[in-house]
Design a protein around this ligand. Structure first.
Ligand SMILES: [Zn+2]
Length: 306
């Protein structure tokens, strides 16, 4: 299955002010011509291609792909309707680290987003994680996706991530750094790679390998969170159209905080990857003590997902 692209318009990068509700140039034709202001434009599904689709346990899937290894830098979520497979809404924010000095932040952002040409919009828009979480909860409420009064869990939706890192490691760490409690809706998720392994019977270790194997062309900038989420959503749409059923693959025990995996057959961490996990903690702690010395080291492990 391929997403349907209009033959009269070409692919354009997203306006990253627009995705965060901050574009002030919506009446400027030159700006509209240069940047995409429709998050679902390159994720449209042809109705004829979803015939094999199965009924899912939830009404919506929330594709989530955090960016930032030292601290969270970007928080993108795409809301996918499990019946039509359409992207019905999205939530996107750039996130400002709260334990790093200004000079260190500038260097970190230049290294990560400078080469993608989006460092300026990051500086213009990034907000503290705590504020982003508050806005995300308002968004969840607007879409009736959680029950704040009854425990704060998702009601009709489940998170979909590429790997366990986002919700097993990154969000809990950032909550600790930002001194907030880990919200209950982050306690379980669907690791798309595990569902992929069980559904197709073959292993794909990352988003790019899933896209390669399914013959889906990646769009946008790899490691820009909003673009990665859209590419993960393309893989998800393809799998749903092929008849895959999305089930929770990992659940955090509220008492022990230990993550319990639901699938026997899953993509497991290798020894070298476990080693990186340990090194990451070491690197982050060293960074907090002497930021200037550890950038190159962090950068060397920055691109590895586990
Ligand atoms: Zn715009």
């Amino acid at each position: 299955m391929d997403t349907h692209l209009s033959s009269t318009s070409r692919w354009r990068p997203m306006c990253l002010y627009y995705t965060q509700g901050k574009c002030t140039m919506m009446d400027d034709p030159a700006h509209l011509e240069k940047f995409n202001h429709d998050c679902s434009w390159d994720l449209q599904v042809n109705a004829a291609e979803i015939g094999k689709k199965c009924t899912q346990g939830v009404d919506y899937l929330l594709v989530f792909d955090l960016e930032g290894k030292i601290e969270t830098l970007e928080f993108p979520v795409l809301l996918i309707d499990t019946r039509s497979l359409a992207v019905v809404n999205f939530f996107h924010r750039f996130v400002r680290p709260c334990q790093m000095h200004l000079q260190a932040i500038n260097k970190y952002i230049e290294g990560k987003y400078g080469k993608l040409g989006v460092d300026r919009v990051w500086h213009d828009t990034a907000q503290p994680f705590k504020d982003v979480i508050e806005q995300f909860e308002t968004w969840l409420t607007q879409h009736q996706l959680w029950d704040k009064e009854k425990g704060g869990f998702l009601t009709r939706a489940a998170f979909v991530t590429c790997g366990n890192w986002d919700l097993k490691t990154a969000v809990p760490k950032q909550c600790e750094i930002s001194q907030i409690k880990l919200p209950p809706y982050f306690m379980e998720w669907i690791n798309l790679k595990d569902v992929y392994l069980n559904f197709y019977g073959r292993e794909a270790r990352g988003m790019m390998s899933m896209m390669n194997q399914l013959n889906i062309r990646p769009l946008g900038s790899h490691h820009l969170g909003i673009d990665d989420s859209k590419n993960i959503a393309r893989v998800l749409q393809h799998m749903l159209a092929d008849g895959a059923v999305m089930q929770i693959t990992a659940r955090r025990n509220p008492t022990s905080q230990k993550v319990e995996y639901q699938f026997e057959n899953r993509i497991r961490s290798t020894l070298s990857i476990l080693h990186l996990d340990v090194n990451y903690d070491y690197a982050r702690n060293s960074y907090l003590n002497s930021p200037a010395l550890t950038f190159d080291y962090i950068d060397s492990i920055q691109m590895t997902r586990w």
